[in-house]
Design a binder for this molecule. Structure first.
Ligand code: DX5
Ligand code: ZN
Length: 224
């Protein structure tokens, strides 16, 4: 089932619990959590204490996107803090096979992220070890950026590859997702759509989430 994952990077951090409750009540099943270290990306966001606190107040699956230079060093600790899914960037994992096996070994879903400039061919040897592949549709580091359309080509190619290999990992997209491109993204073959500003920078995040989820699911009905 196609899912919209609200990204808390765009939420009001002073009212984080209430913001999360709005999308949980509206029917979200997963929450996207961006961790930035000011080194791999030019921004700093949040870390373990925030994830531990969120874990206590929601039943949503926590989809933790590590935009950090040394994910191998910290992945285990993020799972301990409450992450259900751990996403690492291909660009900083020289031992990606080991990293993915280790995340799965700790009981979390293992995801890999590709920056806009990183080709999907870099994952050809590990596709059977991933639970989800996240295609960045902006350069990571900030919310509110414009969608890079080349991401649609990468999603189509990856969906084709998945079918060819008979695998069933989820395909995820992150960055610039909004009501006007949800249909194209889903028709390209994407399953999980991360949405920050287009959910939380609205007067009613619950309603914005619901409208996007409805639009995304309607698009699956016309998928060829
Ligand atoms: C960007 C983050 C995204 C961000 C998306 O580096 O990985 O998850 O929250 O924000 P929007 O949806 O506003 O582009
Ligand atoms: Zn993200």
């Amino acid at each position: 089932m196609v899912e919209i994952l609200p990204s808390i990077l765009a939420a009001d951090f002073a009212r984080l619990g209430e913001e999360i409750a709005k999308v949980e009540r509206a029917g979200a099943s997963m929450l996207h959590v961006d961790v930035m270290d000011g080194h791999f990306v030019p921004n700093i966001s949040l870390g373990f204490p925030v994830i531990e606190s969120i874990r206590k107040i929601t039943r949503l699956k926590l989809d933790v996107h590590l935009m950090i230079s040394d994910p191998d060093r910290y992945a285990h600790e993020f799972i301990r803090a409450g992450a259900d899914h751990v996403l690492v960037h291909q660009e900083v994992c020289p031992n990606l096979d080991r990293t993915l096996r280790s995340i799965r070994g700790d009981g979390a879903l293992a995801g890999v992220v590709l920056n806009p400039a990183t080709p999907i061919s870099t994952l050809s040897e590990v596709l059977d070890l991933v639970d989800h592949v996240l295609i960045m549709s902006v350069n990571p580091g900030y919310g509110g950026q414009s969608f890079i359309p080349n991401a649609l080509k990468k999603i189509k190619a990856l969906a084709w590859k998945r079918k060819e290999l008979g695998l069933n990992f989820a395909i995820e997209i992150d960055g610039g997702v909004a009501l006007d491109n949800v249909g194209d993204i889903v028709r390209a073959g994407c399953d999980w759509l991360v949405a920050g500003s287009s959910v939380f920078h609205t007067p009613d995040p619950g309603a914005a989430f619901s409208q996007m989820q409805r639009t995304a699911r309607e698009a699956t009905l016309v998928k060829v």
